[in-house]
Write a protein that binds this ligand. Structure first.
Ligand code: NAD
Length: 455
């Protein structure tokens, strides 16, 4: 008798054709996979972080050596234009080589001295980390969850999004050319596999995805008091104050609303413009938006690929229709488009009664609302359950003052939210629990222990 393993087929969002397939992991097999990880972790956790960094570093170069092939797979499966696929792959490889040393440094033991005593502060591995990731940056997100866990001495079981299993598997395959067996394993599937992994004998769940899934994971993790790091959704505001450089603000608004077809957790999802400059800003944004042409990910000149899946496109289309039905005006875009295509869309006259200003859109839409006084802009920006990023364009010192009053984790003033080297990736309110990057971010993958002796 031959037993066939069910497969997970990955479809191209552009053509609807299969790109490839992976075997689905039976949820019942996940406890044994985790047990294998726990066994493998013993030797992996016993060497130093710097030794682990040395083992992993060549994987970054291997990614770069295969970047063209990986970028084609990433774009075919996720739908972003090839140039963007290539930039994600290149960034992943380069960051791997840079970050392994930073992580190793962060988790190295250090000594504190007190009166008559010496304390060793240890950043020990937790054991087995479940890394559960989304589809929007399908190679970078697995790295964000897995790399600090691995360098910190944990074994990792990765459950990538069911939308993008192929590129995640390709990433893990490259790391596994260098890692000992079972230190990094991949399980494939959707909610059932995610639930089974969370319920298994793991010590930490490092999750990036939607708020709704994050809440389920946190509830399930409570049972075994498992640690969680949750990087969730958002509804990031952009405030444009009178006196701002309108060309720079419009160029930023276009890029940050439309790139990756709006499927970025720190996309601009709400724009608040001071009434006196609203007309001029909207015209400039509409002009800048023309550069974001939709098309096949592999066609010359496409800046926006299709949305990753039909349900995502339908959600975005529904929000646009609902806003228009409630009185918002389409400045650009909208309409019916074939397949998963969704063009760069600008709406004006939106209000906080509309779903498009409340629920995460995750699509290429820039909804504009006006305000009269900066205080009003601050309360509108803070009128959200989320708080990942926020950006303010305007004259100094007013722009900085407004920025300081916004309840978000990462705020940009006259620029995007990305901070200087060592800054954490952090969300406030319902955008997350815990954070990434910087020494403190890396140490969340460790159990901190102190051992104190007489001096
Ligand atoms: P999602 O929550 O639907 O799925 C994420 C992962 O969780 C997938 O691998 C999925 O299979 C798995 N999953 C689903 N149900 C599960 C369950 N009950 N238990 C365990 N795992 C389960 O999210 P998505 O649609 O893949 O990604 C988009 C979301 O990710 C957006 O909300 C976006 O804002 C967010 N995101 C956040 C960040 C950040 O840094 N804060 C970065 C990227 C994406």
């Amino acid at each position: 008798m031959t037993v066939t393993t069910p497969t997970l087929i990955s479809y191209s969002p552009a053509t609807g054709e299969p790109v490839g397939e992976v075997p689905i992991t039976a949820p019942a097999k996940i406890p044994a996979i985790v047990a294998g990880a726990r066994e493998a972790q013993k030797a992996w956790g016993a060497i130093t972080g710097h030794q682990r960094a040395d083992i992993l570093r060549p994987a970054g170069q291997a990614i770069l050596d295969n970047k063209d092939e990986l970028a084609r797979l990433l774009s075919a499966e996720q739908g972003k234009p090839l140039a963007d696929g290539l930039s994600e792959v290149t960034h992943t490889g380069e960051k791997l080589m840079e970050e392994v040393d930073e992580i190793a440094e962060a988790v190295a033991p250090r000594e504190l001295t007190g009166e008559g005593m010496v304390t060793t502060l240890r950043y020990d591995p937790l054991g087995v980390v479940a890394a559960i990731t989304p589809w929007n940056f399908p190679m970078l997100m697995p790295q964000w969850m897995a790399l600090p866990a691995l360098v910190a001495g944990n074994a990792v079981v990765l459950k990538p999004s069911e939308q993008t299993p192929l590129i995640a598997q390709a990433y893990a395959d490259i790391l596994n050319r260098f890692l000992p067996p079972h230190v990094l394993q991949v399980v494939h599937g959707a909610d059932d596999q995610g639930r089974a992994l969370v319920a298994s004998d793991v010590n930490l769940i490092a999750f990036t995805g939607s708020k709704a899934t994050g809440q389920k994971i946190m509830a399930a993790a409570a049972e075994g008091l498992k640690r969680v790091i949750l990087e969730l959704g958002s509804k990031d505001p952009l405030i444009v104050l009178e006196g701002a450089d309108l060309d720079a603000a419009a160029e930023f608004a276009a890029r940050n609303s439309f790139r990756n077809c709006g499927q970025v957790c720190v996309s601009t999802e709400r724009i608040y413009v001071q009434g006196t400059i609203a007309e001029a800003f909207t015209e400039k944004l509409a002009q800048a938006a023309k550069a974001y042409r939709s098309g096949d990910p592999f066609a010359e000149g496409s800046v926006l690929g299709p949305m990753v899946m039909r349900e995502q496109k339908e959600h975005v289309a529904r929000q646009i229709e609902d806003a228009v039905a409630q009185g918002a005006k389409l400045v650009l875009g909208g309409g019916d488009h074939p397949g998963n295509a969704m063009p760069a869309t600008i709406l004006r006259g939106v209000t906080h009664e509309m779903d498009i200003m409340k629920t995460e859109t995750f699509g290429p839409v820039a909804p504009i609302m006006t305000f009269e006084h900066p205080d009003e802009a601050v309360s509108l920006a803070n009128d959200s359950e989320y708080g990942l990023g926020a950006v303010v364009f305007g004259p100094e010192p007013l722009a900085r003052d407004v920025a300081a009053r916004i309840d978000a984790g990462m705020i940009g003033v006259n620029r995007g939210i990305h901070g200087a080297k060592g800054s954490p990736w952090v969300g406030a309110r319902h955008s997350g629990i815990g954070y990434h990057m910087g020494p403190d971010g890396h140490r969340q993958f460790c159990q901190v222990r102190t051992i104190t002796r007489n001096a």
